[in-house]
Design a protein around this ligand. Structure first.
Ligand code: ATP
Ligand code: MN
Length: 468
C-alpha cells in the first residue's frame, strides 16, 4: 500500500476537488451498480458529507471478478484511485479506482439497513446502525454544527463556559423529578430507626441525584464572574410519553449577572437566530434534505424566524387570547394553569405565526427561585415558544432578595437548610441576575422538522426504553 497517497474525506473530495491527484477513500458502500459497459459504480459514504462519492471501478482490476461481487450495501471499503472530472451530471468529481479492497463484508441477507424504505420507528431498534442512513447522519452533523454555534455565540459575547456537576446534592433544583444515584445494596439497604433508608451510609454519606439543571450552580459563578453558560447532559425522571421529552437530554443554560428579564429575553432571541443562521449557512444540503423528506416548510419557517422579531406578551394576555379564541382545547384554559403544548402551539402557530416569548407566569406553576413581581401573584418567568414544538426555552429573572427568596422557599414547603449556600448568593453582594435553559434536542427538532425527539439524539432514553 503506497503510504504517500493522501486519505481524503468525502467532504474534502467533493467540496475541494483536486482533479488528477491520487487519493485514498475509506468508507461504507451505500449502493453498487454495474453498468453495461462492464464497469461497477460504487457510492461510498464516510459520514463526513451529505453526498456520497462515486467510485468508478474498471473491470480490468485484478480482483474485479473475485472481490467486487462481495461488495454490498454496508460493506466497508478502501479505495485507491485518482480524482477525475465526473462523466455523469450529478457531481463534479468522482474517483477512478485502481485498487478496491473489501475491508469488512456485509451480508445483504441480514443487514437491517437495506435499501428499502425504513421508517424512523423501525430504525429506533437499530440506534447503532441508523447513523448509516441519510437522515440520521444529517442529524448528527446538524447537532455538531449547532454545538459549535452555541459556543461561538457565547464566546463572542464574553461568557465563560462553566462545567456544572452531573451528580448533585441539591434534592430540589425546581425543574423536575430526579434520578437517585446510590451504591447502597438495594436488596437490603441500611435503615434508620424509623425505617427510612439511611443514606448517611451511602457513597456520598447523603442522598444524591442526577442533575435536572445546572442553573443553581451557574448562578454561583454568574454572581462571581458575570456571564457564564453550561452545556451538558440533564436528567429528568418524569414519566412523560411525548414526542418532546427525554429522560436524558442536553441543555444549554446561560446565566447573567446584572441582567433583568428584558435583557434575558433579548439574549434568548438573538441566540436562537444565531443558531438558525449557522445551520442554514453550514448545512445547506442537510436542510434541503429535511425540506424534501421531513418537513416541506422547514427552510421557510427558519428564514421567517430569522427575519422577524419575536412576539412578546405576558402569560395573562396569552390566557385572555386563548380563552377568547373559540378553540376547544383538550385542557381548558384558566388563569393559573400550566400551559400545555396545545396552547403553546396555538399561540405560536395560529395566532402570531412567529416565535413567542411569554412572560410573568403565576408563581404557583413556577420554581421557587423566580423573582416575585410587585403584584405578589406572578413571577419574572419567560418561556420561548416556537412553531411545531411549543416550549423550547424556559427562563427567568432570579429572586435576588434574601428575605423574599426565603419566604418563597417556606411557602413552597421546601427545606431551607440545604439551600443556605444558594441564599448566601443573596447575602453577600446580591445582584439582579437572569438566565434560561434551552433544550438542545428540542432545538434540533425545531431546526430539522423531525417529529419525534427520540430521533434527534443518538441514543435516546425514555421511560421503559433504553437499548444501548
Ligand atoms: P416542559 O414543560 O416542556 O416539560 P419544562 O418547563 O419542564 O418543560 P424547563 O425546566 O423550563 O422545562 O427546562 C428548560 C428547557 O429544557 C425546556 O424549555 C425544554 O426545551 C427542555 N426540556 C425540559 N424537559 C425536557 C425533557 N424531558 N426532554 C427534553 N428537553 C426538555
Ligand atoms: Mn419550562
Amino acid at each position: 500500500m503506497p503510504e504517500s497517497i493522501m486519505t481524503r474525506s468525502v467532504r474534502e473530495i467533493l467540496t475541494s476537488p483536486s482533479i488528477g491527484s491520487d487519493v485514498r477513500v475509506q468508507g461504507w458502500v451505500r449502493t453498487k451498480r454495474e453498468s453495461k459497459a462492464g464497469l461497477t459504480f460504487l457510492e461510498v459514504s464516510d459520514g463526513s458529507y451529505f453526498q456520497n462519492v462515486q467510485v468508478v471501478v474498471p473491470a480490468d482490476l485484478p480482483n474485479y471478478a473475485t472481490e467486487i461481487p462481495k461488495l454490498h450495501t454496508g460493506s466497508s471499503v478502501m479505495v485507491l484511485g485518482k480524482e477525475v472530472q465526473s462523466q455523469g451530471g450529478k457531481q463534479a468529481v468522482e474517483v477512478q479506482a485502481r485498487e478496491v479492497s473489501l475491508i469488512g463484508a456485509c451480508d445483504p441477507a441480514i443487514y437491517p439497513i437495506g435499501k428499502q424504505k425504513m421508517t424512523h420507528e423501525y430504525l429506533r431498534d437499530f440506534t447503532h446502525l441508523r447513523p448509516r442512513t441519510n437522515t440520521f447522519s444529517a442529524i448528527a452533523r446538524v447537532r455538531n454544527v449547532l454545538s459549535m454555534a452555541i459556543h461561538d455565540f457565547f464566546q463572542q459575547r464574553g461568557f465563560i463556559w462553566l462545567h456544572t456537576p452531573i451528580i448533585t446534592g441539591n434534592d430540589a433544583e425546581g425543574a423536575g423529578q430526579m434520578f437517585r444515584v446510590t451504591t447502597l445494596d438495594l436488596d437490603k439497604p441500611p435503615r434508620k430507626e424509623d425505617g427510612q433508608v439511611d443514606f448517611t451510609q451511602d457513597f456520598f454519606a447523603s442522598g444524591v441525584n442526577l442533575t435536572v439543571s445546572g442553573q443553581l450552580e451557574a448562578e454561583a459563578y454568574a454572581c462571581s464572574m458575570g456571564k457564564v453558560y453550561t452545556f451538558g447532559p440533564t436528567f429528568r425522571a418524569e414519566n412523560s410519553h411525548t414526542s418532546r421529552h427525554l429522560a436524558e437530554f442536553w441543555m444549554v443554560e446561560p446565566e447573567m449577572a446584572f441582567a433583568d428579564l428584558e435583557e434575558n429575553a433579548q439574549v434568548a432571541e438573538d441566540f436562537l437566530r444565531h443558531l438558525l443562521g449557522a445551520v442554514l449557512e453550514k448545512c445547506p444540503l442537510e436542510m434541503e434534505f429535511f425540506k424534501q423528506r421531513v418537513e416541506p416548510a422547514i427552510i421557510d419557517t427558519l428564514r421567517a424566524v430569522l427575519d422577524n422579531p419575536f412576539k412578546r406578551l405576558t402569560y395573562t394576555e396569552a390566557v385572555d387570547i386563548l380563552k377568547k379564541s373559540g378553540e376547544t382545547f383538550k385542557y381548558a384554559v384558566e388563569w393559573g394553569i400550566d400551559l400545555q403544548s396545545e396552547h403553546e402551539r396555538y399561540l405560536t402557530e395560529k395566532v402570531f405565526k412567529s416565535p413567542v416569548i411569554l412572560t410573568d407566569y403565576p408563581k404557583g406553576i413556577k420554581a421557587f427561585y423566580m423573582k416575585l413581581n410587585p403584584d405578589g401573584k406572578t413571577v419574572r418567568a419567560m418561556d420561548v415558544l416556537v412553531p411545531g414544538i411549543g416550549e423550547i426555552i424556559g427562563g427567568a429573572q432570579r429572586e435576588d432578595r434574601e428575605e423574599v427568596l426565603l419566604a418563597r422557599i417556606k411557602e413552597m414547603g421546601m427545606h431551607e437548610g440545604p439551600l443556605q449556600w444558594y441564599l448566601d448568593l443573596r447575602r453577600f453582594g446580591s445582584v439582579p441576575h437572569a438566565g434560561f435553559g434551552l433544550g438542545f434536542e428540542r432545538l434540533v427538532q425545531f431546526v430539522t422538522g423531525m417529529g419525534n425527539i427520540r430521533d434527534v439524539i443518538p441514543f435516546p432514553r425514555t421511560p421503559g426504553h433504553i437499548r444501548i
